[in-house]
Ligand binder design. Sequence first.
Ligand SMILES: NC(=O)c1ccc[n+]([C@@H]2O[C@H](COP(=O)([O-])OP(=O)(O)OC[C@H]3O[C@@H](n4cnc5c(N)ncnc54)[C@H](OP(=O)(O)O)[C@@H]3O)[C@@H](O)[C@H]2O)c1
Length: 285
Amino acid sequence: MKEKYILLKNNMKIPRLGQGTWFIGDNKAEEKDEIESIRLGIELGMTLIDTAEMYGSGAAERLIGKAIKGYDRSKLFIVSKVYPHNAGRRNIFNACENSLKRLDVDYLDLYLLHWRGSIPLRETVECMEELVAQGKIRSWGVSNFDSSDMKELWSVPNGSNCVINQVLYHLGSRGIEYDLVPWMKEHNVPVMAYSPLAQAGSLRRGLLENKVVREIAQNRGISPVQLLLAFVLSHDNMIAIPKSGNPKHTRENAEVMNIILTEEELKMLDKAFPAPNYKTPLDII
Ligand SMILES: NC(=O)c1ccc[n+]([C@@H]2O[C@H](COP(=O)([O-])OP(=O)(O)OC[C@H]3O[C@@H](n4cnc5c(N)ncnc54)[C@H](OP(=O)(O)O)[C@@H]3O)[C@@H](O)[C@H]2O)c1
């Protein structure tokens, strides 16, 4: 069994395996399954739920609000994200309040700047700190920040209070291992890996069909998608947030907490999909 939590530098415990919600809540016909998936995920320990004001223009947050009804709020770890154009003094307080209303909760556990825009980091950080002081959010972080963005963030007052950077990471996209992951380790900021399943393999052609991926998955009696998730969770400073609106898939994803890859298996995967040994542009979607 893997460690279930990571301790953030502000002493908050964050689950290592959560649930993504991009495209959830977009289609009324899928609502029942999506709510069931999220509730099953919570029952199975995936109590971290990642969302954003952007997803379905608030539809994902609204659906999560319905799905988490009846659960002890203190047992959940809810993450939302603010649009870059809302991440300044003018809009952020309203944007956060609107997310809270749609989710029907009093506070967020983590609030992320979705990606960098034109509002100065200094202003966003000031506002994030105020939201913490007001009790609207328990912590804040960023998303889609490369190492140069992180360094810049650390140079503004209170910038180093950022607890997470959420970035794209999966077996077929390992560019962050070159300098971002080491920088984040050094500064005690975990990576929250988005699209950890490479969107069921569609982000990299041939990933799920790869011979090594197939062979290891088959020997283990797991699916290639589960193997991708186990790979992300093999890094001790990483959190993964696979999305599923299908309860069967959610159950499979939760099972990955029990899958620990051997050194030999990791070596085979590393050989088939090596991390680049030079700087590459941050992968984003
Ligand atoms: N910060 C950012 O800029 C950013 C960008 C992208 C994503 N994210 C966050 O990260 C989350 C995850 O990323 P993602 O949604 O892009 O992709 P993902 O989690 O890598 O993949 C989701 C896809 O995989 C399928 N799937 C899930 N579990 C499966 C299983 N066990 N077997 C087979 N297929 C499975 C899902 O279909 P079903 O629903 O049918 O299971 C869905 O099509 C998002 O939902 C969002 O919360 C953040």
